[in-house]
Design a protein around this ligand. Sequence first.
Ligand SMILES: NC(=O)c1ccc[n+]([C@@H]2O[C@H](COP(=O)([O-])OP(=O)(O)OC[C@H]3O[C@@H](n4cnc5c(N)ncnc54)[C@H](OP(=O)(O)O)[C@@H]3O)[C@@H](O)[C@H]2O)c1
Length: 302
Amino acid sequence: MKRLRLAIVGFGRVGKACAQVMTGSEDVVLVGIVRRPEQVAEKLPPPFSAIPRAAHIGELPEVDAALVCVPVNLAQDTSQSFLSRRIPIVECAILHGEAFQQHHAEIHRVAFHHKVAAIVGAGWDPGALSMLRCLFGLLIPKGHTETSRRPGLSLHHTLAVQSIPGVKDALSTELPIADGKVQRYVYVELASGVDYDEVVQAIRSDPQFLDVETLVFSVDSIASLEDEGHGVVLERRAASGQTGHARFLLEGRFDESFLTAQIMLAAARALPGCKPGALSLLELPLAALWGELAAGIENEYL
Ligand SMILES: NC(=O)c1ccc[n+]([C@@H]2O[C@H](COP(=O)([O-])OP(=O)(O)OC[C@H]3O[C@@H](n4cnc5c(N)ncnc54)[C@H](OP(=O)(O)O)[C@@H]3O)[C@@H](O)[C@H]2O)c1
């Protein structure tokens, strides 16, 4: 297997997460990190202490691509400066709507001119969540999508669930959904041997929980759930009058920087097969994101 030789540009939250994700990936090598001049001398903790650092990509060994992890206002210029040196890039700047389209078009212009490939918006959102929104839209073409990024903690309901026998710990959140309604998400960490269905029944029959629809999820650890610190609820409902009353719901808690890093790495695997110009994730074949592992995905996911 030919290993992809990558550089990270900007060693902040996403840059560090990219480095960590790369240490666990056999098909990529972290060749070096491009940092601001004043940061180059900073000592990095193991396992990154021996990774070459430079203020300029020209000071590092040759790379197949650069993962651009600089602040959003610098992402375009930085990407373009690499492309003008004919270095393919992956970037993930948090831009949406028209701002994203302009950014995409500008990076495409330079990538195309220098005959090199770029993948833009390759993070969590924009990125993987955009792909999920798009898939929900395909499944329910006429409908309404709600994305909530900050599941709100409800202390009152959390305490109520914590007092149910068999519940070691709990967390209750309330989220606005379509039509101005609210839905409640209750996460429970159960004592061993406790029946999940009985706990769900106890929660649902408590008068405090009768006001809104309540969904109950069993998790291994509430503490680690809170540590992860970031969540999303994506919901798509068919418009009223549509047949089937279809409804899809995705609920997740995660570290956004790590998800972004995973997707940037996946995009880097797709780069060698891309034509010159800039593509977003919605324009790439899904299999391309698996790189050399693509051969096995039909077997596993179809
Ligand atoms: N798509 C997504 O879901 C998603 C999610 C999170 C973040 N992002 C994007 O990822 C990029 C990085 O985000 P982050 O959270 O990692 O940011 P961050 O923690 O602030 O790190 C940014 C890094 O960029 C470098 N940098 C270069 N020039 C800089 C300057 N003038 N001022 C400050 N830093 C400078 C620094 O690295 P050195 O110290 O090494 O120089 C800094 O640590 C942003 O464009 C953001 O929009 C995307």
